[in-house]
Structures are given as C-alpha cells and as structure tokens.
Ligand binder design. Structure first.
Ligand SMILES: Nc1ncnc2c1ncn2[C@@H]1O[C@H](COP(=O)(O)OS(=O)(=O)O)[C@@H](OP(=O)(O)O)[C@H]1O
Ligand SMILES: Nc1ncnc2c1ncn2[C@@H]1O[C@H](COP(=O)(O)OP(=O)(O)O)[C@@H](O)[C@H]1O
Length: 205
C-alpha cells in the first residue's frame, strides 16, 4: 500500500451534501435474523425518501447476492462481509447520501470497526433487541427450524454468537408497539439531533 497515495478531489463530501440539502449519515441496524431489521430500515427509508431525502438501503440478503456472494457465515467471512459493507457505506456517505444498512453484524468489534470509519455522529447504531424466542417464533424463512435441526451450521443465536451492543444510539424491540411508532421514534431521534430537517418531514405529511 505504501506506493498508493490518496488523491484529494475538489468536490468533497460537504459540497455533495450541500447540493442535496442534507447531512450524510449511516443508520446501522443490527440484530438477530427475524428481529425486524429489513422491515424497519425499509419503512424508514420510505419515509425519508418520500420527504425528499436522498437515501440508499444496503441489506444483508441483497448484498450477499452480489458484492459478497463469495462469502458464507464463518466468523472470518462475516468479518469480511461487514468490512466490505462498511467501506461501501462510507463511499455512499461520502457521496452525500442518507444510508441505511440491515446486517446481523453479530460482534461488537465488527460494528465498532465500521463506526471508526465515520466522523463522530455520522454512524448511528440501531439495535433491534427483539428476543431470540420471538425471532424464532416468527421464523419467516424457516431458517431457525433448519438451524435447530442441524441443517444450517453457525446460525446466529443458535449455534453462533450475537453480542448485544452496549452503546447503541437507539434500541428498539419490534415485539412492542407497531411499525409506524418505531419509524417515528427513529425520525424523532434524527430530528432532535438536527441530523435531518424536521420541516421536510412535516411538509411531506
Ligand atoms: N448461518 C446463518 N446465520 C445467520 N443468518 C444466516 C445464516 N445463513 C443464512 N442466513 C441468512 O443471511 C442473512 C444474514 O446475513 P448478514 O450479511 O446480515 O449476516 S452477517 O452480518 O454477516 O452476520 C439472514 O437474513 P436476516 O434474516 O435478514 O437477518 C439470513 O436470512
Ligand atoms: N416492526 C415490526 N412489528 C411487528 N413484526 C415485525 C416488525 N418487523 C418485522 N416483523 C416481523 O418479523 C419478520 C422478520 O422481519 P425482517 O424485517 O425480515 O427481519 P430481519 O431483517 O431482521 O431478518 C417479518 O416477516 C415480520 O413478520
């Protein structure tokens, strides 16, 4: 790497963000399979998009069809999956976008490594704290059943670890309340910290 020198460009993150009239940020959803990451991140992106924000949602299931199709679920492969996703999210934030990501991201170290790529306040960890028993009862893809039967190895929460975040910016249990209330809780947090302009949301109704 020593022969590669960073090339600074005259159009930077600040000018790209100004053109879009928003503060670029990464909303990092973490939690067990079935905890509600894709659902909440998707609904939130919809609300932001409808209000005129420039957004992009990176979802584990989708990224693993392309960028990370060569990776499985060993600890080493998950590390690499999240390293790539973190770097892609960084490029998107640099492009001035409001980025949402939905990955299990099971270890504190992996999540903190992504956090360290961003300026303070630009990485917002949202922990979907939905209990394992609830996620397992939902089992929308039948994966827990397979994991219990030993047909899937290294399954998070069953035969692979999930480390609960101890300093997430937001914690949401999707077993309590409804989706609309959970979306509002995240939007209120972003508006209170002036990360998003609340007047845009009000104008969108
Ligand atoms: N062994 C094992 N453990 C956990 N999850 C598994 C596994 N095998 C397949 N799946 C499916 O892959 C989705 C999780 O991918 P991620 O990229 O988010 O995982 S990770 O962050 O790299 O740990 C996850 O999707 P979500 O249910 O949306 O979380 C599962 O559908
Ligand atoms: N906010 C919510 N309130 C109630 N149930 C939910 C909510 N979000 C998700 N679910 C239920 O949980 C299932 C898994 O949600 P999903 O978003 O796919 O989770 P993940 O992306 O974490 O695997 C959904 O099919 C739905 O039945």
């Amino acid at each position: 790497m020593s022969n590669i020198v960073w090339h600074p460009h005259s159009i930077d993150q600040k000018s790209r963000a100004q053109q879009k009239g928003q503060n670029p940020v990464l909303l990092w959803f973490t939690g067990l399979s079935g905890s509600g990451k894709s659902t909440l991140a998707g609904a939130l992106e919809h609300a932001l998009f409808d209000a005129g924000f420039h957004t992009y949602l990176l979802d584990g299931d989708n990224v693993r069809h392309g960028l990370c199709e060569d990776l499985g679920f060993s600890a080493v492969d998950r590390d690499e999956n999240l390293r790539r996703v973190g770097e892609v999210a960084k490029l998107m934030v640099d492009a001035g976008l409001v980025v949402l990501s939905a990955f299990i991201s099971p270890t504190k170290e992996e999540r903190d490594r992504v956090r360290a790529l961003f300026e303070a306040g630009q990485f917002i960890e949202v922990h979907l704290s939905t209990q394992l028993a609830v996620c397992e009862a939902r089992d929308p893809k039948g994966l827990y059943k397979k994991a219990r039967a030993g047909e899937i190895k290294d399954f998070t929460g069953i035969s692979a670890p999930y480390e609960v975040p101890d300093a997430a910016e937001l914690t949401i249990d999707t077993d309590k309340g409804d989706l609309a209330t959970q979306v509002t809780a995240v939007l209120d947090y972003l508006a209170a910290l002036q990360i998003i302009d609340a007047s845009k949301l009000k104008a969108a109704g």
